[in-house]
Design a protein around this ligand. Structure first.
Ligand SMILES: [Zn+2]
Ligand SMILES: [Zn+2]
Length: 347
């Protein structure tokens, strides 16, 4: 009988997860099998289950902030041992040879396989659905598997593997550091990490929120200033003062006009969240040479750099844990915004 992995799958948009077993891809020479101990719940998991654009193949096991122990490895894997504590993020395969991979953009590899809602193809063209980390095991190519430093707990490592990477990489690429004024719009799962990275990189960090409620918390994470976007005086005070704004907003009713007004000439609006609707950007922004950028997780070297930086500068996510079997409860906590700030499932 073919070997089965067991997890919790969504069978439709309603998103009540139920036990589900599937046949994993064969373990290739360069693959690693991981026995999952922890998996974070990311907004992208919820989004994939809801499938607003109809792109999800059901049943689907989501989860792409995965930590566990190496339980098997292919014959050509030399840099991992059985029992090593490792992590997997949003990607389980990249070729490692193409222009994007060699430039450090493994996530843009044309042969990439994402951890969830994607397909593996073997040499004969047989397809295997890629299922994620709300499960007991997963297989991935060894260049998409990362050692977790001993200083970081398994539960805390999970959100770093997606939320952490997604926020770290653009800050690193923009060489955020002393002398830069960085606005972080939204203090939640992504924002609370973005504030920490930017502060530890030495930038002046302005946390931007819709009310005063998170002021103290933002300061604790390292924000030097707080901007209440509902207060016109506050908005006025920071007009054209920021080098860059990192927006974690997924909202369709975000007032982009207001936030672009906070950015200096030649500055950048960076979209970390991915709204489902096109976002209206006023043309005057381009007359001030303001750029709009986005990004998608990070490459393999980015992941190693991020984990190293987290150890060196003590950057950690704020998490709550819940048993894997209570996954539906965990999802509810994320949905209703009660989670502070990420939920991690434990096997
Ligand atoms: Zn490639
Ligand atoms: Zn994610």
């Amino acid at each position: 009988m073919a070997e089965k992995f067991h997890g919790y799958a969504a069978f439709n948009k309603e998103g009540i997860l139920k036990p589900y077993s599937y046949t994993p891809k064969p373990l290739d020479d360069e693959d690693i099998e991981v026995e999952i101990t922890h998996c974070g719940i990311c907004g992208t998991d919820l989004h994939t289950i809801r499938s607003p654009r109809g792109l999800t193949t059901y049943p689907i096991i989501v989860g792409h902030e995965i930590v566990g122990k190496v339980s098997k490895k292919g014959s050509k894997v030399n840099n991992f041992n059985i029992g090593d504590r490792v992590g997997i993020g949003y990607q389980v395969y990249s070729c490692g040879k193409c222009d994007e991979c060699t430039a450090g953009y493994n996530q843009l590899c044309p042969k990439r396989v994402f951890t969830i809602n994607d397909k593996w193809k073997d040499a004969e063209g047989v397809q295997y659905q890629a299922h994620g980390g709300y499960a007991d095991k997963i297989r991935a190519h060894s260049n998409s598997v990362f050692h977790i430093p001993k200083e970081i707990s398994s539960a805390e490592a999970c959100p770093l593997l997606c939320a952490g990477l997604t926020t770290f990489v653009p800050l690193k690429r923009h060489k955020v550091g002393p002398g830069k004024k960085v606005g972080i719009l939204g203090i939640g799962g992504l924002g609370h990490l973005a504030i920490q990275w930017a502060a530890k990189m030495g930038a002046e960090v302005i946390a931007i929120s819709q009310s005063d409620k998170k002021r103290d918390e933002a300061n604790k994470f390292g924000a030097t200033n707080f901007l209440n976007a509902s207060d016109p005086n506050d908005v006025e005070k920071f007009t054209r003062s920021l080098d860059i704004i990192f927006s974690t907003s997924n909202g369709s009713n975000t007032d982009w006009n207001k936030y672009i007004g906070l950015i200096k000439n030649h500055g950048t609006l960076f979209l970390l969240g991915v709204p489902d609707v096109p976002i209206p950007i006023p043309a005057f922004a381009f007359l001030r040479f303001i750029k709009v950028e986005g990004s998608l997780t990070g490459g393999s070297q980015d992941m190693r750099d991020m984990l190293e930086f987290a150890v060196k500068h003590n950057v950690r996510p704020l998490i709550q844990t819940t048993p894997m079997k209570d996954v539906n409860e965990g999802i509810k906590m994320m949905h209703n915004g009660k989670a502070k700030y990420r939920v991690v499932l434990e096997n």
